[in-house]
Design a protein around this ligand. Structure first.
Ligand SMILES: [Zn+2]
Length: 274
């Protein structure tokens, strides 16, 4: 699933093609991808709106429109938001097509159909699923070490699940959580209340560093993920632990293993993650 760096990369790649563009027409071929409002209202209210800004919150793409509305897109497992020329052939997994003033099209492509689109009123994030319940943005300038440490108060769950909990902190998923814990030398199954203050501080800095690196490399492309122009990222080449089972740990030479943590496949080094 695209995580914060992938979603950020998609947004950055789309921005030059979308800013100041009017949406001329909207074609929704798979209705259940539109989660809010009703499809007819969604199409009606989106048509002839102008795109004024793009932003990200957690793993959500926010396409801000004139008229106090925001189009929200959650890519989930295999969703792609792509810029295409209108004469480019439609993929069989293209389910929503928005024609732009420029003649190009913004297409939502989704093999597994788990992605979701919402057209919300500004100031009403509760209209878009979990958007209103997201925890802090890890890369936000005003999100400090102290703020991160505060999140641990009263938390007893395993650290890997906590990092992936969108209400705890927004934007992390399986890949980046594994990489962060590896680099911090923390066992993914360690309980949150057994993470020392010193380790919380280290986690805060490693988390920000890894997410920034993920963005710099254009995200991690294993199978589906591409940016808005269909280009793959290269952070998969920088991974030290995720999907590296059987390999020797770079730090201690022990074999990296795969195990289930909170129902998710997790990669870690039993030699140096304690
Ligand atoms: Zn190791």
């Amino acid at each position: 699933m695209p995580e914060l760096p992938e979603v950020e990369t998609v947004i950055n790649s789309l921005r030059p093609f979308l800013i100041n563009q009017e949406i001329i027409s909207v074609n929704v071929k798979v209705k259940n991808l539109v989660a809010y409002p009703e499809v007819d209202v969604f199409i009606d209210e989106l048509t002839n709106k102008k795109i004024i800004a793009l932003a990200r919150r957690g793993k959500y793409i926010l396409i801000k429109l004139n008229d106090n509305k925001t189009l929200i897109v959650h890519l989930r497992m295999t969703g792609k938001l792509l810029i295409k020329e209108s004469d480019q052939e439609l993929d069989k997994h293209t389910h929503i097509i928005m024609k732009l003033e420029s003649g190009k099209e913004l297409r939502f492509n989704n093999i597994r159909k788990f992605g979701r689109l919402y057209l919300i009123d500004n100031g009403h994030p509760e209209q878009a699923g979990g958007l209103a319940k997201l925890g802090p943005e890890p890369l936000s300038e005003d999100f400090t070490e102290k703020d991160f440490k505060k999140l641990f108060k009263g938390r007893h769950g395993v650290i890997k699940s906590l990092l992936m909990n969108q209400k705890f902190i927004a934007g992390l998923g399986n890949i980046y959580a594994d990489e962060i814990l590896y680099r911090a030398g923390i066992d993914p199954e360690r309980k949150a209340d057994k993470i020392s203050e010193q380790e919380q501080v280290e986690l805060y800095h490693i988390m920000r560093e890894i997410l920034r690196a993920g963005i710099k490399f254009g995200g991690t492309s294993f199978s589906d993920y591409v940016n808005g122009l269909g280009e793959k990222g290269s952070f998969q080449e920088e991974l030290l632990v995720y999907q590296q089972s059987g390999q020797a740990c770079e730090r201690c030479s022990e074999e990296i293993i795969k195990k289930k943590v909170g129902g998710r496949s997790s990669y870690y080094c039993p030699g140096c993650q304690k």
